[in-house]
Design a protein around this ligand. Structure first.
Ligand code: MG
Length: 389
């Protein structure tokens, strides 16, 4: 049965191309003292999952469409049907186990189990314990509540949140399950049955990463979007001529030639906006902010940059670094470059150490050499989601 809010039973969700349960199985198979694995599935999907495991286990790179290449288990395995309760499922698995000394019982909704944890559990069993479970100290205060009233506050020092795998001596666990059947005992974990029979169950430190996937928020943790490095290039030109007082990167440049422009003519911010849009693969500013739009007449380019950043952020783009080059015969940029850098840091919400501002001339060549205009080039590095939607 699917847990509330989850599209499929969580242990069947695919992560990195294989079901969650396969991640645990692969990890546990790397533990040298694990000799085999029994998978327990709900009866109605046993046959289907058995086929899936055969595919996964026999898989060679690229052999099966729909599955990414994974390594096989390298261990014998069996799949059995579970029962109505978790305890029934474990009971069924116990019946299917061949003769062995110890077993580990693991919840497939904990895909981040480590082989090292499994090894520590087995080490502790070998030292003579009847059962061993991993646990982590509880940092929240826990209340016992009855009928909406706090009934007790157990001492936090004594409380542990318990994880899986749980490790047991097979003979003792079989006997405990058999007795539980006879007596009608129900326990939320297998250790609970051994405790009931007076066996000592030891606890060893669990692992913070060994999280249980129980709700959609956990899936966000489990499946963060894959991030890719990307870069965007921007280029812009403005002609000198009476019109807009020059601003570069939002900084006024007194005494510089004026520019012909529909907006405020900030050539550097325009190049940067194109570079940012390129990271999100969202075209260019000419398309977003057409110079035929009367609302954009003499608009402050920092306002357009804000909108550009909003579009990029919505596409999952996170800026990392910006390298800006201003190309002009005049004005001299050097006296302004630190102010421009500081202002870009503010506008882009990027540390100054991630912003470079430089300038060059074109040795008297071309339109900048003829002092007919100014150009700017920007290269922005960013991280983006692997799939931009
Ligand atoms: Mg422009």
């Amino acid at each position: 049965m699917a847990a509330a809010g989850l599209p499929r039973p969580k242990q069947f969700l695919e992560w990195r191309g294989v079901p969650l349960y396969w991640h645990s199985a692969r990890t546990l198979s790397r533990c040298a003292r694990v000799a085999g694995i029994i998978f327990v599935f709900p009866e109605d999907c046993l046959a289907e999952e058995e086929v899936r495991i055969q595919q996964l286990d026999g898989l060679t790179a690229g052999a099966t469409p729909g599955f990414r290449p994974v390594l096989p288990l390298g261990l014998p395995w069996k799949a059995v049907a579970g029962g109505p309760l978790r305890q029934d499922s474990v009971f069924n698995a116990l019946q299917a186990l061949p003769a062995c000394e110890y077993l580990l019982i693991h919840d497939a909704a904990r895909p981040f189990v480590s082989a090292a944890l499994a090894a520590r559990l087995i080490d502790t069993l070998e030292q003579g314990a009847a059962g061993v479970i991993p646990g982590r100290p509880v940092h929240d205060t826990i209340k016992q509540v009855r009928d909406g009233q706090v009934a007790a506050t157990p001492d936090r020092q004594d409380l542990y949140a318990v994880q899986t795998p749980q490790a047991f001596r097979l003979d003792l666990l079989r006997a405990a399950h058999a007795q539980a059947r006879t007596e009608g005992w129900i326990a939320t974990d297998d250790a609970g049955l051994l405790e009931r029979l007076g066996h000592a169950v030891r606890i060893i430190p669990g692992e913070a990463a060994n999280r249980k996937i129980t709700c959609p928020e956990d899936l966000d943790f489990l499946l963060p979007p894959e991030r890719l490095a990307c870069s965007g290039y921007g280029y812009d030109v403005h002609r000198y001529g009476s019109g807009r007082p020059m601003k570069l990167g939002g900084v006024p440049i007194p005494g510089a030639p004026e520019l012909v422009a529909h907006s405020d003519g900030d050539v550097l911010l325009h190049a940067l906006m194109d570079a940012i849009l390129a990271c999100a693969c969202r075209g260019d500013i000419g398309r977003l902010f057409p110079d035929s739009d009367p609302k954009l007449e003499n608009i402050n380019s920092a306002v357009l940059l804000d909108e550009t950043l909003r579009i990029a952020a919505a596409a999952g783009v996170e800026l990392v670094q910006a390298d800006c080059t201003i190309i002009a015969e005049l004005p001299r940029i050097a006296p302004h470059s630190q102010a421009i850098r500081r202002n870009l840091s503010r506008l882009l919400a990027l540390d100054e150490n991630h912003i470079n501002v430089k300038a060059t001339t074109e040795e008297g060549l071309g339109f900048t050499g003829a002092r007919e205009g100014i150009k700017a080039v920007a290269l922005v590095s960013a991280l983006r989601n692997a799939a931009i939607v």
